[in-house]
Design a protein around this ligand. Structure first.
Ligand SMILES: NC(=O)c1ccc[n+]([C@@H]2O[C@H](COP(=O)([O-])OP(=O)(O)OC[C@H]3O[C@@H](n4cnc5c(N)ncnc54)[C@H](OP(=O)(O)O)[C@@H]3O)[C@@H](O)[C@H]2O)c1
Length: 335
């Protein structure tokens, strides 16, 4: 495993991080509700493979992902760098309407008192007294950034969190957060959609991350499974499932994806790797301070994923991998 400092923080995180949106189940990852035993087995597999960095969010399964992790982390909390999010909550205390789902109304609220309540709620659900990293889940233009930064920096001083970051943001948001009057540690990480099918937003972001020494963290590098192989295209999902709501579910994209798997097949054979590892290695090669966040619910996927770190693709191979999907790449994804 490769370990790197997370941006401006003193956290030493594995280059591959465990994503636990799927662990939350519910109507969004509708094929499976995970158990505590499964969450424990997943963390065991992460330990075995050297992954110490775990990402979750209050809204993943509306509290379920955090609660499962809390139970699975009992007795070994300090072995992991735990990252969760703030701003999206279902307490009904104001903020901007974000979505209604599974009987809950979720609002986006980045005001200091909401951020503080979010952190307290996550600490309780995960049965811990500190969070290593807290990411603003959706940056929000309605409330002053200076106040949000003030709240996050105060939480660091109090020892409740050790670092903070942004998600679903623009490079200009990072500039604004880094210029806030109360900024001390600053933004350690930005977590943004990035894959060979949607690389443009990340590419806009890389120079600004470089300027501030901020880690760029990918999400959706496997496009929720659509980049794991042609068999995945045959799967059917409930209407509410994320995998039924992203572009790749449409037949119109399947021809392009099937063609890509055909072109990638000999590359996988030459490197002895899976399609997942191939596109993950492609992503890692795009920016030096890249944190690869991958959603995994099966221990076998953890073992498979970490092997992407050993893959060395040539410049020509990297170019071919992207060239094959050029005609179906998209600028913006909303997950
Ligand atoms: N900030 C945000 O707004 C935001 C949005 C989306 C995601 N995220 C975060 O980013 C994480 C990653 O994104 P994601 O989970 O949506 O999508 P993803 O990482 O692109 O794909 C996850 C899917 O890929 C499968 N998979 C993983 N490794 C595999 C392997 N080696 N071989 C075959 N299949 C494999 C998983 O299967 P199994 O489940 O069966 O293991 C899962 O179905 C999330 O879990 C979450 O923590 C953040």
């Amino acid at each position: 495993m490769i370990y790197r400092k997370l941006g401006s923080s003193d956290l030493n995180v594995s280059a591959v991080a465990l994503g636990t949106w799927g662990l939350g189940g519910g109507s969004v990852w509708s094929d499976k509700d995970s158990t505590v035993a499964e969450a424990k087995a997943l963390l065991d597999a992460c330990r075995e493979q050297g992954i110490n960095y775990v990402d979750t969010a209050p809204v993943y399964g509306t509290g379920a992902s955090e609660e499962l992790l809390g139970a699975a982390l009992a007795g070994r909390r300090h072995d992991f760098i735990l990252q969760t999010k703030c701003s999206l909550n279902w307490r009904g205390e104001g903020g901007n309407f974000h979505y209604s789902r599974d009987g809950y109304t979720v609002n986006n609220d980045t005001r200091p008192e909401a951020i503080r309540r979010d952190v307290e709620d996550s600490l309780r659900r995960m049965k811990t007294d500190y969070l290593d990293s807290v990411i603003v889940h959706y940056v929000c233009k309605s409330f002053p950034v200076a106040d949000t930064v003030g709240a996050l920096e105060a939480l660091i001083r109090e020892g409740k969190i050790r670092a903070y970051g942004l998600s679903n943001s623009q490079p200009s948001d990072l500039e604004q957060y880094q210029s806030a009057p109360d900024k001390q540690q600053g933004v350690a990480v930005v977590q943004e959609f990035f894959s060979v099918l949607s690389p443009f937003h990340g590419r806009d972001y890389f120079p600004v991350c470089e300027k501030y020494g901020t880690t760029f963290q990918t999400y959706g590098v496997l496009e929720e499974g659509f980049l794991t192989g042609p068999e995945f295209l045959e799967r059917k999902f409930a209407k509410t499932d994320i995998r039924a709501r992203i572009p790749w579910v449409a037949e119109s994209y399947h021809e392009g994806l099937r063609r890509a798997f055909e072109v990638w097949k000999p590359l996988c054979a030459a490197h002895g790797c899976s399609y997942a590892q191939l596109v993950e290695a492609w992503a890692l090669a795009q920016f030096p301070d890249m944190s690869l966040l991958v959603g995994m619910r099966k221990p076998a996927n953890v073992a498979d994923t970490v092997r992407c770190l050993e893959l060395k693709l040539t410049a020509e191979e990297l170019a071919v991998i992207e060239e094959t999907v050029k005609s179906i790449q998209v600028e913006v994804l909303d997950k």
